[in-house]
Design a protein around this ligand. Sequence first.
Ligand code: FE
Length: 157
Amino acid sequence: MIKPLLFSLALFSIGACKGQPSTVEKPSYPVTKSEAAWRKQLTPEQFEVTRKKGTERAFTGAYWDHHETGTYVCICCDHPLFSSATKFESGTGWPSFWQPIKTKNVEEISDNSYGMQRTEVNCSRCGAHLGHVFNDGPKPTGLRYCMNSASLKFVKP
Ligand code: FE
């Protein structure tokens, strides 16, 4: 009983001395919830995409062919993300926009997973994964925010 405890303490000390990061995740977004809470709030697909960086299958989401006027907000925290005024037909099967509602409403980080160099786009309020942004979009920005419908909720004006 005592030996494992001492061993754990020793490991903890070594970790502390080396300045290793704590295993307790620090909340870095204004909105944070436990994985269990997100699972309860979201559908399995919404959870997989937003909290596990998944990607919905092309041409299957609710918004790739959606053309109403309004705002697309974060499915997790209702943060306004994209306006229908910047939505365009990308032909990809995912809802695509040439700019976010406000630059600060999204977080863009380098993503080198799956052997590709991409820029991941997250909600800046809750960290939800939204999709990726590419440089082959239309004018005026030349950007293509390729989003998952599962990460978004459409709100009429
Ligand atoms: Fe959010």
